[in-house]
Design a protein around this ligand. Sequence first.
Ligand code: FAD
Length: 400
Amino acid sequence: MSLNVLVIGAGMGGLSAALAFQQQGHHVTVMERVEEMRPVGAAISLWSNGVKVMHKLGLGTAIERLSGDMQRMRYLSHDGHLLSDFSLAPLYEDVKQRACPIARAALQQTLFEAVGAEHIKLGQHCVDYTSDARGVTAIFADGREVEADLLVVADGTHSRLRNKIVGRAVERQYVGYVNWNVRVPASNALAPLDSWDQYVGEGKRVSLMPMGTGGNSEGQEEFYCFFDVPLPADTPNDPARYTEELREHFAGWARPVQALIEHVDPARMARVEIHDIAPLETLTSNRVALLGDAAHGMAPDLGQGGCQAMEDAWVLAQAVQQALEKTPVVEEALRQALETYDVARVERVGEIVARARTRAEMIHGHTPALTQAWYAELGQEDGQGVREGIRKTILGGPLG
Ligand code: FAD
């Protein structure tokens, strides 16, 4: 049986959901607020659980080709002293899939093309919805109404529709630090080309991660770089001062960090005050599913926000398919599917949101003694502890 599925938001969550439903033969329309898709941010590290979903959706090979070859992890102190250096190969062998750090633009375009431009309508600002036993109606800012069997709400961390689905006002919470991120041409002078390097100290962090070419026309390998600094909320955001600010925050840090700051083009930088959303008690209401950052905005310190959006998409489409196989009555099948989705996802994403917050606070000096203890641990780390944490997150996903 073919359903009409309406997806709000054409980010990586909404597009993954659209693709998952299309592959099961449903008729899908994606409604996106912006007139032109321009992903904010340089890149993301798609961990193996996200890549596994991409493989199921037929995009794994393309993603692997466009992404970086991240084989090692190194931690260094702020002055460049090596704390630990270990291989990620045992992790990849255990979980049977490597990680794929990738340019956001490349990931977005790959998903967009797979769904098909003809199924994605830009400039559509959804402001509300109503639902009853017969269906769901999405309401847009221009007054237009669009009916569907199922509404998938993937409208990001500032979700307009979330409160209605959850049935209460949900607030985003500041995690306590600011992240500047950017892409730079990869070079051995900055970091080994296959290693994720992280400099840590003073509750701050500088990260360089190999992210491949992202399909850029020059075939130039790049690093995905970010700078984290604990700061009060609402500090001024002035792109003209980014380089100067980073020089101040990282004065006296290791030479590659200084070189990186001088190297980056501030015009290509994104600056984000990191927020999360306390775990939600439900991700569904009648004929509506909440998905991606709208459902579980989290600190990026586990690199899991996008991966969880992809898991959501896969689980939701599977739940609908299995329910439709059991009962031909759409209303009843959707009721069962949304219940299955809720049970499968509320606990999984809630646990990851909480763990990401704890890790963010540890990395960024929320409790200075804990951050100092972590620095000391990194000096003893042989990789096993780090790999085990990542392995558990990956294997806890729907595709194992
Ligand atoms: P979004 O990408 O925000 O997409 C939502 C879409 O909905 C947007 O296109 C928006 O325009 C549209 N929209 C909004 N409102 C409406 C409306 N009313 N009507 C119609 N359309 C609407 N994740 C990882 O997996 N790995 C990482 O390494 C990683 N690193 C990160 C680093 C940083 C600094 C940050 C901030 C996040 C990171 N994440 C990472 C998280 C990841 O970026 C998000 O989880 C992911 O982008 C969420 O995708 P989404 O589709 O749910 O939301």
